[in-house]
Design a protein around this ligand. Sequence first.
Ligand SMILES: C[S@@+](CC[C@H](N)C(=O)[O-])C[C@H]1O[C@@H](n2cnc3c(N)ncnc32)[C@H](O)[C@@H]1O
Length: 269
Amino acid sequence: MEPVSKTAYYCAGVRARDAERPAPIVGDKYAKLFLGDDGRAVFERFRHFDRPNASNIARHRIVDDLLRARLLEDNARPVVLLGAGFDSRAFRLTGGRWLELDAAPVISRKDQLLPATRCPNPLERVAVDFSPASLREALTAVRGSGTVTVVIEGVLMYLPPPKVDQLLEVLRKALPRHEIICDLMTERFLTRYSADVHKVLAELGARFEGIEARPLARFLEAGYTVQSRTSIPLRAAELRAMEVSPFILRWFLPSLRDGYAVHALSRGG
Ligand SMILES: C[S@@+](CC[C@H](N)C(=O)[O-])C[C@H]1O[C@@H](n2cnc3c(N)ncnc32)[C@H](O)[C@@H]1O
């Protein structure tokens, strides 16, 4: 069997370290469960990337907050975690009906270490190979359940643009009413601020193949509208995850402020 995604371990490592801090930003107490020796070895290669790690944890917090707001309004909201990795939101947040999709090795590791049956909220996990057919099939679990929130976190930068279009087409057909919460990074941001971390990711076989000058454009062309847009570095600075003054970042570093953001995108009411 193929190994567990190294990028999933990287993100879990960031959250495990955050959870050990006196004032965590996310406080994911489950993250360290998933790491093991393999995961810790992967995270060691990223431990020193202060700013990318700060963005990673701020990104997770932004998505947590967006989901909490939705679940407060609709306690039974279906949430699909596409490329869920070691996301533990189904266990940490109150409410929601959760569907976690990822490759088989990730799903089986999660099931082994934190079984879905122990989740306080309804949770289904499905192993997919990310082909349109396997995604369509997996999404039938949340079909016809009102507006579905689809979280695609830390995933799109790895997908070549035609794959993103293919994914949007599957979502459009399978879920007539949905919104997407995803992070989008511009080419300029990658070149200026993420080249170092990307070099290590690429060495581990996880190259960013979906980086474009204007990544939002393909979502707008596909009929999505922007409900909210949150700068990840700015939020990291506000949360004091990053040692940059939020004031300086907001007013004098536009390429850092605007190049990497969490978007909530809706279509179909
Ligand atoms: C960087 S990790 C992010 C995991 C999780 N969303 C998080 O934030 O912790 C990327 C995840 O996407 C999964 N993945 C790989 N190929 C994918 C694809 N074509 N579509 C969606 N997810 C994919 C990987 O298995 C991995 O778990």
